[in-house]
Design a protein around this ligand. Structure first.
Ligand code: FAD
Ligand code: NAD
Length: 466
């Protein structure tokens, strides 16, 4: 007789493992299946965590080289890339093991192997040795995440033509790297390698980087990255990539039809990710997908098959770890008879470059498109005393508020610790706060958060320090 569970989660990423823990907390007998061999999904193994580790280490390397300008004299600074990679790998191992501990602590049964549907209530798990285990499930949650997209006809070899996975483990610092796509991955990984000494060229299809982001921020962001030495080739379409022995030639065409070839030792293709439904056998049970091959769900994350749900990167919405986690919690609560809910208007997005870029809610472009009257408050970090004190004063905070009610509709930040500062605005928006509410809240001095307060004051044209 096969084991029977009240809930089975397929995928142990931030969506899946969080969902499994919440289900178990709510008293359901729960299992979580993961095929990777370690928990934490894309995020912990080959995404958020290793990339943030390398962003931090490369930034430290870069900063320490410039300390003599600030009166700190040190000897020659040398890069030890294998040691840096070990430090990154250690962070990954500690965190993935930590998730395994959390599953155990919450009495979630962890199956190592690839899950697929035999029927709507029966799941097959194939381990590395192809042994099959069958389990029964009242409810199933699909949390199988996403995979990198390449360009038509171009395969990743993860050495010369790489996705983010290859770019997280180069064995030596590339001399030159072409980054196809100026989005989250291209700019974060481009920053890492540029700081470690690579000549980085970003080839972007559009006339601006980070599409979907507030235009003013995106323009400022590109200006700052250019100053840091990253080269941009905008409105360039990649026509083909030819792989040579240990390099590649990227052939592009610009908006006027002019052709240009770039030769480099590595090419990072970062043009987006696609939902991963490989091997799940969804056709067999008739699960509907949408036009982008994402699992189709209703507002309660339920698919067209009533006992099967889906969350995270494999469904619609931004491909972000915290979005997947919040959906995991919401679906678990719905399954347990509670009212789980995700507010998609207040999901922050952060790019962990230097400076950081963070945004939440509506952009100016979206407000204009929807004919919503709004007021803008802006404050530059140049006028923030903490930022000036530590000589880290690039960027600004922009708050958008409804012209009639003053309710905060969105905020866009570029500057030091922007990824932390955005949380304050998230809470304000969740509570339906006005910009005046933020402006009247006492912020400690001297902190970067005072720039948020001043931007809120500036909505009503009464910033003090500008
Ligand atoms: P995943 O994390 O992809 O997890 C799905 C898991 O399911 C995988 O481990 C996979 O092995 C497993 N699986 C798939 N099929 C099966 C099967 N049949 N049986 C068993 N297991 C299966 N997001 C952020 O919010 N912040 C960041 O800083 C950030 N940085 C990123 C950096 C990079 C380089 C990348 C690539 C992504 C980054 N992301 C970041 C995005 C983030 O990683 C994803 O949004 C997040 O991991 C999605 O979570 P998920 O649980 O839906 O899917
Ligand atoms: P992206 O969607 O962020 O950016 C893709 C970029 O490639 C866009 O600027 C797009 O215009 C461009 N592009 C598309 N086709 C092109 C082509 N043929 N030639 C040139 N440019 C082209 O995608 P990504 O950077 O691959 O990242 C995937 C997802 O992973 C992100 O959208 C995000 O959800 C997630 N992620 C998040 C973080 C974070 O939260 N800090 C970090 C990394 C990844």
């Amino acid at each position: 007789m096969s084991d029977k569970f009240q809930a089975v989660v397929i995928g142990g990423g931030p969506g899946g493992y969080v969902c499994a823990i919440r289900l178990a907390q709510l008293g359901l007998k729960t299992a979580c299946i993961e095929s990777r061999g370690s928990l934490g999904g894309t995020c912990l193994n080959i995404g958020c965590i290793p990339s943030k580790s390398l962003l931090n280490l490369s930034e430290e390397y870069h900063k320490v080289q410039n300390l003599s300008n600030k009166g700190i004299e040190i000897g020659e600074v040398k890069l030890n890339l294998p040691k840096m990679m070990k430090s990154k790998d250690k962070a990954v191992t500690v965190l993935t093991k930590g998730v395994e501990f959390l599953l155990k602590k919450n009495k979630v049964t962890y199956f190592k192997g690839a899950g697929s549907f035999k029927s709507k209530n029966e799941i097959s798990i194939r381990d590395e040795k192809k042994n099959e285990t069958l389990i029964q499930a009242d409810k199933v949650i699909i949390a199988t995440g996403s995979l990198p997209v390449s360009l038509p006809g171009i395969a990743f070899d993860e050495k010369v033509i790489v996705s983010s996975t290859g770019a997280l483990k180069f064995e030596k610092v590339p001399k030159k790297m072409i980054v196809v796509g100026g989005g989250y991955i291209g700019l974060e990984m481009g920053s890492v390698w540029s700081r470690l000494g690579t000549e980085v060229h970003v080839v972007e299809f559009l006339d601006h980087i980070t599409p979907g982001m507030d235009k003013e921020i995106s323009t400022e962001f590109m200006k700052i990255l250019k100053k840091q030495g990253i080269n941009f080739h905008m409105q360039h379409k990649v026509e083909k990539i030819k792989k040579l022995n240990s390099s590649a030639v990227v052939s592009t065409k610009d908006k006027n039809g002019a052709q240009k070839d770039f030769e480099s030792d590595v090419v990072l293709i970062s043009v987006g990710r696609k939902p991963n439904t490989n091997g799940l056998n969804l056709e067999k049970i008739g699960i509907e997908l949408d036009e982008k091959n994402r699992v189709k769900t209703n507002k309660s994350f339920q698919t067209n098959i009533d006992n099967i749900y889906a969350i995270g990167d494999v469904i619609t919405g931004p491909m972000l770890a915290h979005k997947a986690e919040d959906e995991g919690i919401a679906v678990a609560e719905n399954i347990a008879g509670q009212s789980g809910h995700v507010n998609y208007d207040t999901i922050p997005g952060v790019i962990y470059t230097t400076p950081e870029v963070a945004s939440i809610g509506k952009t100016e472009e979206q407000l204009k498109e929807k004919n919503i009257n709004y007021k803008t408050g802006k404050f530059s970090f140049m006028a923030n005393s903490r930022a000036k004190a530590i000589d880290d004063a690039e960027g600004f905070v922009k708050i958008l508020a409804d012209a009639n009610t003053d309710k905060v509709l969105g905020a866009h930040l570029i500057g030091p610790h922007a990824g932390e500062l955005i949380a304050e605005i998230g809470i304000a928006m969740e509570f339906g706060a006005s910009s005046e509410d933020i402006a009247r809240t006492c912020h400690a001095h001297p902190t970067f958060s005072e720039a948020v307060k001043e931007a809120a004051l500036s909505v009503d044209k009464r910033a003090i320090h500008s």
